[in-house]
Design a protein around this ligand. Structure first.
Ligand SMILES: Cc1cc2nc3c(=O)[nH]c(=O)nc-3n(C[C@H](O)[C@H](O)[C@H](O)COP(=O)(O)OP(=O)(O)OC[C@H]3O[C@@H](n4cnc5c(N)ncnc54)[C@H](O)[C@@H]3O)c2cc1C
Length: 505
């Protein structure tokens, strides 16, 4: 066991996104000293890029039914109940946090869960609509959704008002344990040297996901490659550190994602521009086809930024390869004019504004243009090496003709709603590659209802907790706004339990 420490605290929180900020605040309220170590120069993690919708539940029993349905038999009832109770308390909790700076917390209009399961109607969201005298951070650019940025400001105000210290540019590298296996601190890196931090009560891992860890993606996701929208620093550090001290893993296959764009100029992928729950009467301008030109999925599922990647992931051993990675979006002149097909987030250092009519991206060659569908197939073969051997002009022409028939009847075997359909009849025609895109991952260390990290035999690893999307509740179907909802629920459970641990000498 280590004899000397550079720093001491009661509760060490690793990662200053939303979940870390909540956990530290609640640990402090529980009478513990708290310290946050953050890898990046600024707080916020993925949380600051979020739309800012925070899931809540009105009626606990109905909420339980709904969460049970979306868990698909993969979660234990006690875990579902704890999560439902947490979501039922979220609105009051966020309103309480808002007292610190007068933030305006608003209920969002849409009052329903995403999926048509029992209890759907009891699900709703709140967001931090405004904070007096706050207009964003100078270090974050303004394309972002203000509600996500406000939410981080709210949590920062809570952390600061409690006098909690946060150290930035201080990545934690590993956990320290005693001879019994209890976690008693961590080793971090600061200014090129290692510092040892003693956590006299507990360590709470709040390091987010593994969106940018290629090795973990290769090991745990079926399709490859997956590109990601998260900051490059999101390399699943908390997963690896928890594994090293004996944690079991869960939900590693599951992610909040869809299909989207990866351009040569940015290591960060771009979403398509359909957010939130599906609007069955909003026109989507494209269809998605595989490398041979066949349509194979509902391009506009109930949560358009989620599950869209799932149909892409199949591997065909006869090819061999992934016949749907990358796929192509196909649209026509009418579609081109209706708005940008991609919506980049404004990552510092990688800002890009997609042109309103897609013309700049056509000029750049990211979008191909041709006068007929047959010519488009030839252009696809020539331009995209991935598709070279496979794109079949006759197949693509047949697919588009079939699609135009589907639009007339409004009946699609993949269940795309009629109100979202547009025919592809006005030349010129366009194509762009699309890939499976990760918004955020859900996998990580398994935790119990107290947010304690557990080993493969279900035993808690003493004094170690995990919160937020690191080992998220969601392991089957993601509920929109649920990750932020979970940052609040898991942060307050872990914060309170960590503060209640016996203090080591
Ligand atoms: C575009 C977008 C929109 C979204 N919209 C919504 C939404 O509206 N509602 C919703 O519920 N969810 C949404 N999500 C998902 C949600 O934002 C995330 O799941 C959630 O914010 C994760 O919070 P977190 O605190 O667990 O992790 P993060 O916010 O990612 O924080 C983790 C922090 O840990 C730090 N860290 C990592 N490794 C280390 C280390 N070794 N040492 C120290 N620090 C480390 C990171 O730098 C980061 O700051 C969205 C995600 C994206 C990308």
């Amino acid at each position: 066991m280590r004899k000397s420490w550079d720093l001491q605290t009661d509760v060490l929180v690793v990662g200053y996104g939303l979940a870390g900020g909540v956990a530290a605040s609640i640990a402090r309220d529980g009478g513990a000293e708290a310290l946050i170590l953050e890898k990046n120069e600024y707080p916020g993690g993925v949380s600051i890029f979020a739309g800012g919708a925070i899931r809540c539940i009105e009626d606990l029993e109905e909420g339980l039914q709904y969460l049970t349905a979306i868990s698909g038999g993969r979660m234990e009832p006690d875990m579902i109940r704890t999560f439902a109770e947490g979501l039922a308390g979220n609105e009051a909790f966020v309103r309480k946090l808002a007292e610190v700076d007068g933030a305006e917390v608003k209920k969002m209009n849409a009052r329903s869960g995403v999926y048509p399961y029992p209890g759907q109607g009891t699900i709703y969201s709140v967001r931090v609509a405004k904070i007096p005298d706050f207009n964003g951070f100078p270090w974050m650019n303004c394309y972002l959704n203000p509600a996500g940025v406000n939410m981080i400001k709210l949590i920062m105000d809570n952390v600061e008002s409690r006098g909690i210290e946060a150290m930035f540019s201080t990545p934690v590298r590993r956990l320290e344990t005693d001879e019994s296996g209890a976690v008693i601190g961590a080793i971090a890196e600061k200014d090129g040297r290692e510092i040892a931090v003693h956590a006299r009560k507990a360590v709470i891992l709040a390091t987010g996901g593994f969106e940018q860890n290629d090795w973990l993606k290769k090991q745990f996701l079926q399709g490859m490659p997956f590109h990601s929208m998260a900051p490059l620093s999101h390399t699943g550090d908390g997963i690896l550190m928890a594994q090293k001290v004996g944690a079991a893993l869960w939900h590693m296959w599951h992610l909040h994602g869809s299909y989207g764009f990866k351009t040569p100029d940015s290591p960060i992928a771009y979403r398509h521009p359909f957010p939130g729950p599906r609007n069955p009467n909003r026109k989507m301008t494209w269809i998605v086809v595989d490398k041979q030109g066949s349509r194979y999925m509902n391009e506009y599922p109930p949560a358009p930024q989620d599950t869209g990647h799932r149909a892409m992931e199949i591997f065909d051993p006869d090819l061999p390869g992934y016949p749907r990675i990358p796929s192509l979006v196909i649209f026509d002149e009418e579609g081109r004019k209706r708005g940008p097909i991609a919506k980049p987030l404004g990552f510092p250092g990688y800002e890009y504004e997609w042109s309103d009519d897609n013309s700049v991206e056509i000029e750049k060659g990211w979008i191909l243009k041709a006068n007929s569908i047959g010519e488009l197939a030839v252009a696809i073969k020539e331009r995209f090496p991935e598709n070279e051997a496979r794109m079949d002009a006759e197949r693509l022409e047949a697919t588009v003709a079939e699609w135009n028939g589907i639009v007339k009847t409004g009946k699609d075997r993949f269940n795309r709603p009629a109100g979202t359909m547009m025919p592809l009849i006005n030349p010129p025609f366009y194509a762009a590659e699309v890939w499976p895109i990760i918004t955020n991952t859900q996998g990580g260390p398994v935790h119990n209802a107290r947010q304690q990290v557990v080993d493969p035999f279900g035993q808690p690893i003493p004094r170690l907790y995990a919160v937020g999307e690191l080992g998220s509740f969601f392991g089957h179907l993601y509920e929109l706004a649920g990750n932020l909802g979970e940052c609040f629920t898991s942060g307050r459970i872990a914060g309170a339990n960590a503060a209640a641990e016996e203090r080591l000498a």
